[in-house]
Design a protein around this ligand. Sequence first.
Ligand code: PLP
Length: 366
Amino acid sequence: MAPFAAEVFGHPSGHHRQARAARLALEDARDQVAELLGAAPGEIVFTSGGTEADNLAVFGVLGAVARKRPGAETVVISSAIEHAAVLEACRAAAARLAGVEHERVGVDAHGVLDLDELAESLDGDVALVTVMLANNEVGTVQPLADVVAHVRRLAPGAVVHTDAVQAAAWLDVALAAPGADLVSVSAHKLGGPKGAGALVVREGTELEPLVVGGGQERERRAGTHDVAGAVGLATALASVAGQRDEEGLRVAALRDRLADGLLCAVPSVTEAADRKSVLPGHSHLCFAAVDREELVVLLDEAGVCVSGGAACASGALEPSHVLAAMGVPRTIARGSIRFSLGHTSTPADVERALAVVPEAVARLRG
Ligand code: PLP
């Protein structure tokens, strides 16, 4: 990224040699991202990250429908456990666009989409179905191939979007979400820079731009490109793809050691989801009779950085809509902690957590 942040300062839409150098880097990054996501280069729209990619998917599809059929009854279906970038976009689209309604489909006790409920909700009014490839809080991988098959059969006019922000580090998106029309990814979940991402827009998918102006990204996202960000996204994705299988096994083994160790060492702990259908880096544990915000602080003081749910912009921990959708009682959800492991995680990190967490929980319970 460094040369494109500092030395190659040309504007990629310009015509002189500096501009051409920037454009070459941008288009190389596009080719690489496209290949790694199983798309064509023209299907990649660079964005400022996962949130913008999700917003572009939701507002883009619903905006295109509203332009063609203003006020027509239009339904957007999402899972109940989507990230706020999708849920809030659906809610806002329903509030802003006449005729648009947002329906949420539930999940089972392990956080996996209820396909029967989805099938019942699908009909000719549905314009968009958005189901994440893997959940960010509990890590459950969703049955995207089944979602696509249901939509093609029961709502053939609808577009399928998947938020693959959390999954892309661990799963080959092209294989795990076959046939999705729109796919969101974010660089910082892959070890890349914050503020860079992409939306895959399959050829033929009608999309109204969110940001208009200079017509960049084939009129789908205006604004001068973040060349360094695009290069960072492509490099991170390539790096992750090159070691996905080994890293998945290595990190899952570390995660298992951590989760099994804590389940054994701490009384009254439950695992939020079924580990078999969870990403390798996720361990979401519910500690009874503990306040997660207090546990996060205690563990942070001991050098163990964990998450107590989805941190909103203020940094405060909100009640988890994901655990609520899974039917986890509020009293149990109060003490739920997400341990996230990744490419920098080591056995020593896990041993440190195993040494610190039981004591912190005992202290809080005491
Ligand atoms: N979608 C999911 C599933 C996420 O986990 C996140 C970030 O945590 C986002 C979307 C938002 O992505 P970004 O942080 O790149 O805006």
